[in-house]
Design a protein around this ligand. Sequence first.
Ligand code: URP
Ligand code: ZN
Ligand code: ZN
Ligand code: ZN
Length: 510
Amino acid sequence: AESNQFCNAGIEYGESSCGVSSSSSKILIKGGTVVNAHREEVADVYVKDGIIVAVKPNIKVGDDVTVLDATGKFVMPGGIDPHTHLAFEFMGTETIDDFFSGQAAALAGGTTMHIDFVIPVSGSLTAGFEAYEKKAKKSCMDYGFHMAITKWDEVVSKEVEIMVRDKGINSFKFFLAYKGALMINDELLLEGFKKCKSLGALAMVHAENGDAVYEGQKRMIELGIFGPEGHALSRPSLLEAEATARAIRLAGFVNTPLYVVHVMSIDAMEEIATARKKGQRVIGEPVVSGLALDESGVWDPDFVTAAKFVMSPPIRASGHDKALQAALSTGILQLVGTDHCSFNSTQKALGIDDFRNIPNGVNGIEERMHVVWDIMVESGQISVTDYVRITSTECARIFNIYPRKGAILPGSDADIIIFNPNSSFEITAKSHHSRSDTNVYEGRRGKGKVEVTIAGGRIVWENDELKVVPGSGKYVEMPPFTYLFNGIDKGDAEYLSSHRAPVKRFKSTD
Ligand code: URP
Ligand code: ZN
Ligand code: ZN
Ligand code: ZN
């Protein structure tokens, strides 16, 4: 039998150590309102061997089928979190949630797939990929990988090709912050953009000016500000806007699509809005913390409380949250991530004397679906179909795995949630499924609740109980040339034709 560590926090094995039998391979979800990004309808959903085989009213089945009544509830694609860091070695420690505990938490919150960031080992993509393959062996839900690029040479250039052609990776992230660690310069960024474009891979950026952040941190220390508030003060939104603008312009120069992760400020969001208005292919990803929280957290007089809100870019002053929500509701921003990167209070205490040593990151993988429902749907800003789009479908489209993921359609993977809009949720560190002892949404309540989660055709969350199986999650390969690349060559042709042929000059001969 497996180790008992997985049996805490109310997490049960689906079919091993706790003696719980595996869920039926045939499931009928009856009478719910099935919501896809393109429409909603009252229908039954029939699942067999991990795949959705039928979506229509009044499906009749035999008595070997598990029937779930969804009358009065929404039946939606499981959430896909485009931005997580599980088992991430960062700032002298490793995130408290690994691929098992983080995914178990995700499933309890209605998220059935995530895309994590492979971090190279001493710049090597191959070594990084192998390390993450190992970390992910205990997965209990499906996952994909983005990959960070932290140095550039002939070997890395070749490795990028291998990752795209053989390893199922179609997105690469460039950190413009974390000087001395993950940060890269503009020269590498341009090389990376060119390579991504040639392979049909999506370039992603963490947009903050790392040199200026470094300067801002020194200023705080000189002023004698060592607490968590110094984190926010040292990296203001103008530094996020600068890096966002720079990345957008360089991606425009190379003519390749760009994905900006964790858009935290009005300033950065407006750079994206301006570029999109001009027709540039820029995707903006707000994260739940930026949409639902404000800067007041890091000003809390209690260090443990303040430190749990430290992430980069920082959670901004009140007002940015509402503006990001509005941008999401109007399509300026397209999908919601979490940047789940959880450290417990002991880990956060590494920076008790100096905010520069507080491991950066907040939780969210379990809370995303509920909090986004509350602030976006319950508040009246978006429809239920839009909710499915921003929590699931758009992510599947951008990373080229739609309609296998992100849809309730015949042939799609059976990653499904049953959501009761008349129930309610409450978030506490005591009841959550992450291994962390804190939660940035502590005490938050709202309407709506994920009552059932089905992942890969298995009921993994029901009656507030998890039944998860380590090793049952599958690696989802993501092919290149997502829709963002459609017609991109025409832009290149236009660029060339709008420039005159080289002027012929003769050497002057006197
Ligand atoms: O503070 C953060 N965001 N930690 C995770 C790493 C990153 O920058 O996404
Ligand atoms: Zn148990
Ligand atoms: Zn980042
Ligand atoms: Zn991140």
